[in-house]
Design a protein around this ligand. Structure first.
Ligand code: PD2
Ligand code: ZN
Length: 294
């Protein structure tokens, strides 16, 4: 279903509610209270948030949105806008080692303990399969030469370790655990890479309709480094000339919206080929609304 196929008065109400800074949950609740079926209410709110710029939508989704934002002004409410030196989470201090404003890219130190990295790798190892990419024309998950890693994923809250890491990430980025996709663990051997790409979905392409229906647009990525790579394997941002080198326990976070609240093409990024050794990472993508697979 497309946003434009909703009744005109419903479209207007959804736009107005988002403009006033209503949260995803408030809007879903209001529609249900007004008699809409739960599934339809949720889908309508997702469609509305997906039509908006992800950053504005993300703010609205967790209730931190100001009612208005002046056009062209830097967004004071973006995720991790403040860059403290250290974020004290419930179980671990997480250090901010580098922060770039536009696009918003933050490098964390100490996000994961070495033992957590090792445990993720050992849990993933027997489950690895060739990674796929979403075909934006058909919606199918295709094997593609642009992405030559192997990987697997863990259900949200699948075990104590996954739950602990997900809770920590939620604290650091101040987004609900429910907005996160399952953690993926990826393994790159020498020569393996993920060519530059965007993690957000182009809403104009038909094949993306299904992935967008599972919690709306993605708003941010966290790439967690699980081992030290001998050579190569950096996460590159070619549009800003940034190269993040993998270091066990560190993680790079980036949000896809520009200062104007639009999808930011400067977040083009890739995993450069491993030259020597191997590379293990865990990724988490954050959605504008609660993620539920179809
Ligand atoms: O392996 C990486 O460093 C990397 C870089 C960019 C992984 C991803 N994107 C991804 O899985 O989306
Ligand atoms: Zn990516």
């Amino acid at each position: 279903m497309k946003f434009e196929s909703l009744a005109a008065d419903l479209q207007a109400w959804l736009k107005d509610s988002i403009g006033r800074g209503c949260t995803f949950e408030m809007m879903e609740q209001s529609l249900r209270a007004a008699g809409y079926q739960p599934g339809f209410a949720r889908q309508a709110v997702e469609l509305a948030f997906t039509r908006l710029a992800p950053q504005a939508a993300a703010r609205a989704a967790d209730g931190t949105a100001p009612a208005q934002q002046e056009e062209g002004q830097p967004d004071a409410h973006s995720i991790l806008a403040e860059s403290p030196n250290t974020i004290e989470t419930s179980d671990r201090p997480v250090h901010i080692l580098m922060a770039l404003n536009a696009p918003r890219i933050v490098l964390f130190g100490n996000l994961l303990a070495a033992e957590e990295c090792d445990a993720l790798i050992e849990m993933a190892r027997p489950r690895l399969q060739r990674s796929t990419v979403v075909n934006a024309e058909t919606g199918a998950y295709d094997v593609h030469e642009a992405r030559t890693s192997r990987g697997t994923y863990f259900e949200r809250g699948e075990n104590d370790l996954i739950r602990r890491i997900e809770n920590r990430i939620a604290e650091v980025i101040e987004r609900p655990v429910e907005h996160g996709e399952p953690i993926q663990v990826l393994h790159y051997l020498p020569g393996a890479e993920y060519k530059p790409h965007y993690d957000y979905f182009d809403p104009k392409l038909p094949g993306n309709e299904r992935v967008l229906a599972m919690g709306g647009q993605r708003v941010a990525t966290i790439v967690m480094y699980l081992n030290d790579v001998v050579a190569g394997g950096s996460t590159v941002f070619p549009q800003v000339g940034l190269d993040v080198l993998p270091r066990k326990g560190n993680a790079v976070f980036f949000a896809y919206s520009s200062e104007r609240g639009e999808l930011d093409a400067r977040t083009l990024h890739g995993g450069s080929p491993v030259a020597e050794g191997e590379k293990w990472i865990a990724t988490k993508w954050i959605r504008v609304g609660p993620y539920r697979p179809l």
